[in-house]
Design a protein. Structure first.
Length: 344
């Protein structure tokens, strides 16, 4: 029996010698050391021996088992370390590598500006007019006639209107003011709306002019609306958009659809009013036209000017964005250069 035990140890040691992996070691453990393994089956035969032999052979069997266990354990550790090293080598992660960035879209600065201005007018009690009241393709009626432009008024050329081939009276709008007429045709006062949108003018493109741009039209009609309401609302808008410290000024002006009419200038941000290329040396940039809705316009939409009055305004979105972010070329908004757009 002692010989048998020694043989088992020898075989087990040869197997260990040949082992290539943790898996092989597991098999050896199973073959020799498990409950159904070879050492245990010998121990089962101990019961047939004399007490003295039981003690001696039993002790020897335990010794062999312990020896084998130690050897198996050290072999196991050796392979474990080796396999772990290999795994680490091929699965190495370099935490200093830069991450892969997921490209994220951004809202265009013009849309951002429109959203910001819309937000401000919300707080002043204005809502956005339905889109159908502010179409980009407009008829001469809403664009000129309904706004009190006489048939042969030079202002019809003044805005360098794009005519279409759809019909002689169908044009691409050059101002959002047509929305005033459409809204007043459909709504009864009190009316307090804004209408943002794109307009088109046949201009030579340069750093200050593009042949399309964006405006936000505003209209407030109710009983007892006066010029001081116009000044109050627009001054509050300027304060909320530019902050209190930006110099602004009202200048008298003319529009066929408002009387009296004004324009608002904002101090040029490029030169702080000293005069530069952007403001043509004046130190100021015009950002909006406004005025009290002309009596003829009210009559045209069936609103009684004896009962109601109102004011309207139209502002240039690109100008407002340029004056806030110190952008000196309007074309930057439309070239879609990522280096520019990313900054907003
Ligand atoms: N529509 C005018 C323009 O484009 C601006 C304006 C709007 C003036 C409303 C008065 C009232 O210049």
């Amino acid at each position: 029996m002692k010989n048998q035990l020694e043989l088992i140890l020898k075989n087990a040691e040869t197997d260990l010698e040949k082992a290539q992996s943790i898996n092989d070691i597991e098999e050896i453990k199973l073959k020799y050391l498990s409950r159904k393994g070879e050492l245990n089956s010998i121990k089962k035969n101990l019961k047939d021996l004399s007490d003295e032999d039981k003690r001696v052979v039993g002790a020897f069997a335990n010794e062999i088992a312990q020896k084998l266990e130690t050897e198996v354990k050290s072999k196991y550790e050796e392979f474990y370390k080796k396999e772990l090293d290999e795994k680490l080598k091929c699965e190495k992660i370099d935490v200093t590598l830069p991450g892969k960035s997921i490209p994220m879209g951004k809202i265009h600065p013009i849309t951002q500006t429109i959203n910001e201005i819309t937000e401000i007018f919300h707080t002043l009690g204005f809502t956005v007019a339905p889109d159908k009241n502010s179409p980009e393709v407009e008829t001469e009626y809403y664009h000129f006639d309904g706004l009190n432009f006489p048939k042969d008024h030079p202002a019809r050329d003044m805005q360098d209107t794009f005519y279409t081939t759809l019909a002689p009276n169908v044009i691409l709008r050059g101002q959002t003011s047509g929305a005033q007429v459409r809204v007043m045709e459909e709504m009864k006062p009190p009316i307090r709306i804004i209408a943002p949108g794109r307009v088109y003018r046949n201009e030579n493109v340069n750093s200050r002019k593009n042949n399309f741009f964006h405006q936000i039209e505003g209209l407030y009609v109710d009983k007892n609306v006066s010029f001081s309401d116009l000044k109050g609302i627009l001054n509050e808008f300027l304060r909320l958009y530019f902050g209190a410290s930006r110099p602004t000024r009202f200048r008298s002006s003319f529009f066929p659809f408002t009387e009296p009419s004004v324009e608002i200038d904002v101090q040029c941000i490029m030169c702080q009013g000293k005069g530069c290329r952007t403001c043509s040396g004046t130190g100021w940039l015009e950002i909006l036209g406004a005025g009290m809705v002309d009596v003829n316009v009210l009559k045209g939409v069936g609103i009684d000017p004896e009962v109601y009055s109102g004011f309207a305004f139209g502002m240039g979105v690109e100008r407002l964005a340029m004056l806030k972010y110190a952008i000196d070329d309007i074309r930057l908004f439309f070239n879609n250069d990522e280096r520019f757009l990313k900054q907003f």
